[in-house]
Design a protein around this ligand. Structure first.
Ligand SMILES: Nc1ncnc2c1ncn2[C@@H]1O[C@H](COP(=O)(O)OP(=O)(O)O)[C@@H](O)[C@H]1O
Ligand SMILES: [Mg+2]
Length: 607
């Protein structure tokens, strides 16, 4: 599943998207409703100022007292009182509105962050269980962009937009109410014109979606580029690749610029168009309003109040217009987010998978065929049986499929056909956890996590005792190195454990495997980064590690290979020879013998 190719197919299915995000919104419903309740008066209060203009104009400017009747009694409010009250009233309302706005902002920031957190955590939970194949296919930048940036846009956006939309809608409604109160005829004209002003928004939805998808891919490419510049900084410096990285970066930035400008070219006329339509409306209203006033159907105050409302109405309407375009981006991001939720790892537990307890007799490969890319076989019809507590060395040409073979054992990848069985049980019938629980692996390039050396070793078995830890350190011949470090076992390792040399990293990894103490051990060129002297030490460490274990060891060192019970020669994905050192050496024109002549004799001479 290549994430850069998926295009948020469902981003226009608004109902479906909302139903998917609803479970995340639900726990915060009460708060969201509170925010909503605050947003209503907050919006409506916009109308109050406009509304206040009518009595101000009619009574204060016209110097008229207000006479009104309650229960048959006549009351009079003098115009001086209005002149006094109204300005204070305006301030009071502004203060009240300020408090509401603060509450509204606070509630919506809180809820949107909480929802975003929940979505991100759920997505990350899925990410960590994806197959190696998923990580093979997708560069780091795309992963970051899809798993971190999109949920932020999608879920933070949705709450913010709900807030903006409700305040704008109620703002507009309040003002429209004032307009209706002032003159329903004029109001009708105003509202009609505004409705027309919204039409263009619908027209550019698709383009916004395309732009958003393209921007996501570019954002991902840029992040990958920065990650590679970081991780590959030495290779970059050594091969003077700075300009290559820079050109790629520049290229992506420009692409993004062009894509965004293309959208702006199409979308930016919307706002002026809305202005134009709106001003036509205002022109009509002014003309008709003059008629209404001169014919005595409307007071000057009502007209002032109306025009003010109409002008104030522009703000919420414009906000709504912008929001409707902005919300497209959010729905597209949501579409991408829920696409990720629907990704299923291809390697999963069978429904009635059983727990693997121990290895009792043998591991068998039967007619195993495997390919990473359909149509490009990497392992062909491989048959192999390894007995409990046997050590099998695997040798062969580089790229022949040795690493692939051992990666199939913990089910990093599933085979295309054939079977791999533990004691006769297909590994696909075992739970993944229990299967991997029985296997310890040491690789050529061992990844150490940010954390202390102790933490990195204890990852093999978090429940290990202090004695077991000591033993693992001793067996991996790490004690001297640790003793020299200022913080000893508590020394922090950098992002990639860069403070350690390759050989030191391998020994930490060996200790990690040692402390896991599993019946099956897989060593994939686990000593390749060691010099001859430390190799001799680590060899002893490995001897400790593989004692009474079933071991697959891919090695370049003759001693490791010679000591193995049997040796499998893998060439171009096929098992071509199998036997112990003497047996394989005795094959005329044998591949092992050729390999031995080429590589190992030299080593033997050195020792
Ligand atoms: N993750 C992967 N995706 C696609 N092809 C791969 C992957 N890993 C290895 N290959 C290919 O599979 C073949 C066998 O690789 P590998 O098992 O690593 O060889 P070896 O360990 O014997 O050197 C090679 O042609 C390699 O290009
Ligand atoms: Mg390999």
């Amino acid at each position: 599943m290549k994430l850069s190719n998926t295009t948020a197919q469902n981003s226009f299915k608004y109902g479906w998207l909302l139903s998917r995000i609803f479970p995340y919104i639900k726990p915060y419903m009460l708060r969201i409703i509170c925010g909503f309740l605050v947003a209503i008066p907050l919006g409506l209060l916009d109308g109050v100022t406009a509304f206040a203009l009518k009595p101000y104009m009619d009574y204060v400017v016209g110097k008229q007292d207000w006479i009104f009747h309650i229960l048959g009694h006549e009351f009079t409010l003098s115009w001086q009182i209005f002149a006094f009250i109204i300005p204070f009233g305006v301030i009071l309302f502004a203060g009240f509105q300020g408090v509401l706005r603060y509450l509204n902002d606070y509630i919506s920031a809180w809820t949107s962050q909480r929802i975003t957190n929940d979505v991100k955590m759920d997505l990350f939970h899925r990410l960590i269980y994806m197959d190696p194949q998923f990580f093979d296919e997708n560069p780091s930048g795309i992963i970051i962009s899809r798993y971190m940036n999109d949920p932020q846009t999608a879920s933070a956006g949705i709450v913010d937009q709900i807030k903006t939309i409700t305040t704008s809608i109620f703002g507009a409604l309040g003002l429209i109410a004032v307009m209706l109160y002032s003159s329903w005829k004029l109001a009708l004209i105003g509202v009609l014109v505004l409705g027309v002003a919204f039409v263009p928004v619908a027209l550019i939805r698709k383009r916004i979606k395309e732009t958003s998808n393209k921007n996501m891919v570019i954002g991902g490419n840029i992040t990958t580029n920065i990650n590679e510049t970081y991780s590959g900084n030495k290779v970059m410096a050594a091969y003077e690749l700075q300009s290559r990285q820079e050109n790629y970066f520049r290229d992506q930035i420009w692409k993004s610029f062009n894509i965004n400008m293309a959208l702006t070219k199409r979308a930016a006329w919307m706002s002026p168009l809305m202005y134009l339509i709106a001003s036509c409306g205002i022109a009509v209203v002014l003309g008709y309003g003059t008629h209404l006033i001169t014919s005595g159907q409307m007071t000057a105050g009502a007209f002032a109040s109306f025009v003010t409302s109409l002008l104030l109405l522009y703000k919420p309407v414009k906000t709504l217009g912008n929001t409707l375009t902005g919300i497209q981006t959010i729905f597209v991001a949501m579409g991408r987010v829920f696409e990720l939720f629907d990704l299923k790892p291809s390697i999963t537990n069978k429904k009635d998978a059983i727990e693997m307890k121990d290895l009792n007799s043998r591991i068998e490969f039967k007619n195993v065929c495997f390919e990473y890319i359909p149509g490009h076989p990497v392992l062909r019809n491989l048959n192999l049986s390894v007995n409990k507590n046997e050590t099998l060395a695997i040798v062969g040409n580089s790229g022949g499929g040795k690493s692939t073979l051992v990666n199939l054992i913990p089910r990093f990848y599933d085979i295309k056909s054939g079977s791999i069985t533990f004691d006769g049980v297909d590994i696909r019938d075992l739970t993944i956890n229990s299967l991997r629980h029985n296997i310890a692996m040491v690789f050529q390039d061992n990844f150490l996590f940010t954390g202390t050396i102790r933490e990195n070793i204890m990852m093999g078995n978090p429940n290990a005792t202090e004695e077991e830890l000591e033993l693992a350190i001793e067996s991996a011949h790490l004690q001297e190195m640790i003793a020299e470090l200022p913080d000893g076992l508590e020394t922090l390792l950098g992002e990639r454990g860069l403070t350690l040399s390759g050989g030191q990293r391998q020994r930490v990894a060996i200790a990690r495997a040692m402390i896991k103490n599993t019946p099956i051990v897989i060593l994939d060129e686990a000593t390749s980064a060691l010099d001859n002297k430390s190799e001799a030490i680590v060899q002893k460490a490995l001897d400790n590690l593989i004692k009474n274990k079933t071991v697959f060891v891919i090695a370049h060192r003759l001693s490791t290979i010679k000591n193995a019970d049997r040796i499998a020669v893998i060439t171009e994905g096929e098992l071509v020879e199998l036997g112990n050192h003497e047996q394989l050496m005795s094959i005329e024109n044998g591949q092992y013998r050729a390999l031995y002549e080429m590589q190992f004799r030299k080593q033997e001479a050195l020792v």
